[in-house]
Design a protein around this ligand. Structure first.
Ligand SMILES: Nc1ncnc2c1ncn2[C@@H]1O[C@H](COP(=O)(O)OS(=O)(=O)O)[C@@H](OP(=O)(O)O)[C@H]1O
Length: 365
């Protein structure tokens, strides 16, 4: 009589662990299936997602690095490019702005072609304040040293610009490169050319000071300036002196470009009245007059005008140590002889440009 009860107990006794076993096995299988599906999902989805993330990160890093590299290379460009290049250490302090990369890379519509040690860096840095100007930080040296690299290489160096913005670069050695006018003309015959000129004697001393800072063993300025000092024979083949024969170099440019496409900035006035010179440059470039005296202040320690600090930065912007170096004392007799040497070339230059830069009347700047 106990049999049905026992059967039931036995059946229940057997079926209960079976059910537990079944449920455990099922949940195990479901867990495995879940993990398998997850792993498939990861294999299928994550590599592309991760690589997207990686690419995006790499892209923004690249932009930041490119900008930094640009700043760095232009802070060390003197070492790479020899005496033609310049340094603006303070640009390293400028904020790296990766949000400005809108638009397209274009060939420049305006170039600061010279002159070396004229004040070209000060001009370019001031122009970069303008929202409608974007310029490459370092000197591309395309039309003198890198022409064989081609226009695509050159364009690729340029920052992206919107249609309303002007793309610019500065390489002061173009002005004295005889092949540069033709090359620039064949790229863009309507290009605007800016030349910052400075008293050729002061310019020569500035040029010499730069070389001396890198090679302190070179002979004195007085020695290098003459072929024969007793005979008063000036060595016009010395590049520091040759660059200052502006009329000679300008002749080559006038073979290709009308004067109306050129604008001459006085290097002297750029120091004493930066806003006044910038007004003329903005007019020449067809820009709204946005850069004004509000953007400059005279830094007594530096002895030069500097740019006031931008709203988003705590650092005012003076040019680096390589700008505004103390010049060595040069024998006044040598300076006088060089002034005499340059006088006819300067007169010719004033005539050609229709501007009197007054290098004869001014004391040595
Ligand atoms: N605001 C400001 N700050 C510093 N320096 C200034 C400024 N404006 C013009 N200058 C003068 O610029 C001279 C250097 O000229 P460049 O920039 O054309 O030199 S370079 O050819 O690019 O190396 C540099 O020449 P040196 O004084 O001989 O160093 C300066 O006299």
């Amino acid at each position: 009589e106990h049999a049905p009860f026992l059967r039931a107990r036995v059946t229940r006794g057997i079926s209960l662990p079976r059910k537990i076993l079944f449920i455990s096995a099922l949940s195990l299988a479901l867990t495995c299936l879940f993990y398998w599906l997850m792993s498939c999902y990861k294999t299928l989805q994550f590599p592309s997602q991760e690589s997207d993330v990686y690419q995006a990160r790499e892209l923004s890093d690249r932009t930041a690095f490119a900008t930094l590299r640009e700043k760095l290379s232009f802070a060390t460009s003197e070492d790479h490019h020899g005496p033609e290049s310049d340094t603006t250490d303070d640009d390293l302090n400028r904020q790296v702005d990766c949000t400005l990369d809108y638009g397209q890379k274009k060939l420049p519509q305006a170039i600061i072609i010279g002159v070396k040690k004229g004040g070209t860096r000060a001009l370019l840095e001031a122009l970069r304040i303008h929202p409608d100007v974007r310029a490459v930080g370092n000197e591309p040296h395309f039309f003198d040293r890198n022409y064989d690299k081609g226009l695509d290489w050159y364009r690729d160096l340029m920052p992206s610009t919107l249609d309303s913005q002007i793309t610019m670069e500065k390489t002061p050695s173009y002005f004295v490169t005889s092949s540069a006018p033709k090359r620039i003309y064949s790229m863009a015959r309507d290009i605007k050319l800016i030349i910052v000129v400075r008293n050729p004697v002061t310019r020569a001393i500035s040029d010499y000071t730069q070389t001396l800072s890198k090679r302190p063993e070179i002979p004195t300025f007085e020695v290098l300036a003459f072929k024969n000092r007793t005979l008063g024979l000036i060595d016009a083949s010395w590049s520091a002196l040759r660059i200052g024969i502006y009329a000679l170099h300008l002749e080559g440019w006038l073979q290709y470009f009308p004067l109306s496409q050129m604008h001459f900035v006085s290097g002297e006035r750029l120091i004493v009245d930066p806003a006044g010179e910038m007004e003329k440059v903005q007019d020449f470039l067809g820009l709204k007059r946005i850069i004004t005296d509000k953007h400059f202040y005279f830094n007594k320690t530096k002895g030069f005008p500097c740019l006031k600090k931008p709203e988003d930065s705590s650092t005012p912007r003076c040019l680096g140590k390589s700008k505004g170096r103390t010049h060595p004392n040069i024998d006044p007799d040598v300076i006088h002889r060089l002034q005499k040497f340059y006088k006819p070339f300067n007169m010719m230059f004033y005539q050609m440009t229709g501007q009197n830069f007054q290098w004869e009347q001014l004391e040595m700047q």
